[in-house]
Write a protein that binds this ligand. Structure first.
Ligand code: N01
Length: 507
């Protein structure tokens, strides 16, 4: 896309893309470290990322709230054991209030190019704003493109059609017949909230999920201590995902006990019993999901959705079930969302081209060979199935800060991870993933790409990830530009710049 900018180029030291949990954490941590020369670009008109977008009834974090904040900005005062969406959004607003003047809203990045001569990134937004920065941090998240399966006839449906990630609170559910398609984490939070209000709820389940009781039932009196306790308790479950059959069997037993304790009807129990190994798909933590499914006003439909008529859903067996409201709880389009970032690195090669030809390869999910000074937050293979992902994001934020400091120390402008180092680290991760439940557990999920490779999750203890990313090893990188003095002050030398073939003089 040919984009020209309508303002002068704004120069900054660190450019962060995305004002969601990760981007705000990065900016807050930069500020604390005394690096105030940064700008956050946010494509929407408000901050909060997934916690701004997901407002469906019941939306909450499903791990203890005490684990769901940064250690450098702890949210100890949560009113709930598992904080609800409005409270998490408030937490993020508070975090962002410290640097509100440095967040640019409505700033969708349409182009970013690494300028090898200047050792800087130039970034242009859809509305023509232009920035240049020594460091580029992509904190765009993986779960922001709602997946709406094309179901024949859906356009003819007479009532409202809504996705959980795109909720419309004006939709009246009172006494209505609601059809919910999907039974993942979002559906499991939504359904218990709406069964009371709706006249009837039909839940269209393609694959049942394993469900465990929630961790934490009320806010702890000693949140700091509880944070440590919950962290290690969650961490102790990592082997069940990484391939330990004993740990997996114990977890399986707990899930079966939970199902039996909450669902009395053997037929419904059968329908709700997954045939994949526990942990293969994201485990649902809930004590009100099964009771909601077992309530008289809910029906679990296990026959595939066939097509939609103006007044209901027809399943593959030809049965029509009337509906007034249709809810897609069908998750997100994850594959390729990071690769779609329009970023061009060394040699004019884009991130997408790199990953299309060589597969998704990163160094610790943070840096990519050939893309100097680009740092990913929540990048490939850094998600977790067993603990708080905030811990992983914080590890990445610390890594970025360490990289900045390390470059300052040696007087270089940029680092580019060596291909062979990236290859070795990535191969180790992929090898461990082959034994993990996500590959061996007999299920498909958004964790796996079209070729069955897992680019979503970290296979093991999160503390090991923290240790591995503790320090940037400069010897594992090509260093670029010896004189970093200009960059340190946030100024760049007067020089010409070429974008879209138009020569601009940067001020
Ligand atoms: O989405 P999902 P989600 N026809 O992809 C079904 C995070 N999260 O929004 O399993 C029929 O997990 C699909 O069926 P199947 C968390 O990381 C966090 O629930 O593919 N059904 C599945 O049942 C989570 O992992 C919190 O067979 C179709 C469901 O839709 C991620 O978000 C809370 C279908 C999608 O489940 C996504 O969760 C909520 C089709 N064509 C979410 N396509 C926290 O608490 C899909 N499905 C922090």
């Amino acid at each position: 896309m040919a984009v020209t900018w309508n303002n002068e180029m704004r120069s900054t030291r660190v450019l962060v893309i995305g004002a969601g949990f990760a981007g705000l954490g990065m900016a807050a941590r930069l500020q604390r470290a005394g690096i105030r020369d940064f700008v956050v670009l946010e494509k929407a008109g408000d901050l909060g990322g997934t916690w701004r977008d997901n407002t469906y009834p019941g939306c909450a974090c499903d791990i203890p709230s005490v684990l769901y904040s940064y250690s450098f900005a702890r949210g100890d005062g949560w009113s709930d054991a598992r904080a609800r969406q409005p409270e998490i959004l408030d937490y993020l607003r508070t975090l962002g209030s410290g640097f509100a003047d440095r967040i640019e809203f409505g700033a969708e990045v349409v182009r970013g190019e690494w300028d090898e001569g200047a050792a800087r990134w130039t970034v242009v937004t859809a509305d023509g704003r232009a920035f240049e920065a020594q460091f580029l941090v992509a904190a765009t998240g993986a779960l922001h493109l709602p997946k709406r399966p094309r179901i024949v006839g859906v356009d003819s449906f007479a009532g409202p059609v809504v996705h959980t990630a795109d909720w419309d609170e004006r939709i009246d559910l009172d006494g209505k017949r609601v059809a919910v398609i999907g039974t993942g984490a979002s559906a499991a939070q939504l359904i218990p909230e709406i069964v009371e209000r709706a006249g009837a709820v039909d839940v269209y389940q393609r694959t049942p999920a394993w469900v465990l009781p929630p961790l934490g039932t009320r806010p702890p009196r000693l949140p700091r201590l509880a944070r440590i306790g919950w962290y290690w308790r969650a961490e102790a479950t990592a082997p069940a995902f990484a391939g330990s059959t004993v740990a997996s069997a114990l977890m399986h037993r707990r899930a079966v006990r939970h199902l039996h304790a909450q669902v009395a009807d053997p037929e419904l129990r059968r329908a709700l019993t997954p045939d994949h190994r526990i942990g293969c798909k994201r485990i649902i933590r809930s004590d009100n999901y099964f009771p909601a499914l077992a309530s008289g006003s809910t029906r679990v439909v296990t026959t595939a959705v066939g097509h939609v008529t103006p007044t209901g859903i027809v399943t593959a067996d030809g049965v029509t079930r009337p509906a007034d409201v249709l809810v897609y709880a069908t998750g997100f389009r994850v594959a390729g969302s990071l690769a779609a970032l329009p970023l061009t690195g060394r040699g004019g090669t884009t991130l997408q081209q790199r990953w299309m030809s060589g597969g998704v390869r990163t160094h610790h999910g943070i840096t990519v060979a050939g893309m100097p000074n680009l740092f990913l937050l929540s990048g490939p293979n850094t998600g977790l199935g067993h603990n708080s992902v905030v811990f992983m994001i914080e590890s990445q934020i610390r890594y970025v800060l360490d990289a900045i400091r390390a470059l300052d120390r040696v007087g270089a402008a940029a680092l580019d991870v060596r291909e062979e180092v990236q290859e070795a680290v990535d191969a180790g991760v992929q090898q461990r993933l082959r034994r993990a439940v996500w590959s061996t557990g007999g299920c498909g999920s958004w964790y796996l790409d079209g070729r069955g490779r897992n680019h979503a999750l970290w296979p093991g203890f999160s503390w090991k990830y923290r240790l591995r990313t503790r320090r940037v090893r400069l010897r594992d990188h090509h260093l670029i530009g010896a004189s970093a003095g200009a960059f340190r002050s946030g100024q760049s030398p007067q020089r010409p710049l070429v974008l879209d073939g138009v020569r601009q003089t940067q001020r």
